[in-house]
Write a protein that binds this ligand. Structure first.
Ligand code: NI
Length: 197
């Protein structure tokens, strides 16, 4: 009788342990799902040399990501010019940051066009293009607004998110730098990002 009771208690403990393990699994699974719906995540794109790159190529360093297009009349050139100033202000810390410029207009912004365009800006800015599908995927996962606007002359322009997105070295979204945010604010945010605080 006593032995039976021990076995019974043993079963209760086993079931409780299994339930606890299952709930921990469920809990971490839930966190994983939340991460998937967050801003950011994997991408496959093409650099200015025509090489395929993924988010893994930029892991280990925080990154600032900006989305735009090379025919942009104002937001992109302003931001890319200012970004060069941020990198200068960061000094040596700029080595610990990846600054990515991703086109939302891959039909016109081929890797060659990206390279040509970025030659006017700080050479540390990394230009990324890709297929329409690759760009659509990164736009969706990074929750970027990008919309084609037809012009009267048959040409088109793009409306797009004007803020720079900041990610830590593990790819977690940490905030943004707004369009035309004062330089000292932008640099302070990037310093915090690089320092990991
Ligand atoms: Ni732009």
């Amino acid at each position: 009788m006593k032995a039976v009771r021990y076995v019974a208690w043993g079963l209760v403990i086993l079931v409780a342990a299994a339930a606890a393990a299952a709930s921990i699994g469920w809990y971490t699974g839930e966190l994983g799902d939340q991460n998937k719906t967050a801003i950011g995540g994997p991408f496959t794109l093409v650099d200015t040399e025509g090489n395929t790159v993924t988010e893994a190529d930029f892991e280990g360093k925080p990154r600032a990501m900006f989305f735009g297009f090379t025919f942009c009349p104002d937001v992109c050139p302003t931001t890319l010019y200012e970004a060069g100033g941020w990198l200068d202000a960061l000094g040596d810390k700029a080595d610990d940051l990846n600054l990515l410029y991703v086109t939302v207009d891959p039909e016109r912004d081929t890797p060659e066009q990206m390279k040509l365009y970025l030659s006017s800006f700080d050479p540390r800015i990394i230009g990324l293009s890709g297929s329409r599908e690759q760009i659509d995927e990164v736009i969706k996962n990074y929750r970027v607004y990008a919309r084609k606007v037809e012009l009267d002359d048959g040409d088109y322009t793009m409306d797009h998110t004007a803020s720079v997105m900041l990610f830590d070295a593990d790819g977690n979204f940490k905030g943004t730098i707004d369009y035309r945010e004062p330089t000292e604010n932008a640099v302070a945010k990037l310093e915090r990002l690089v320092d990991g605080s």
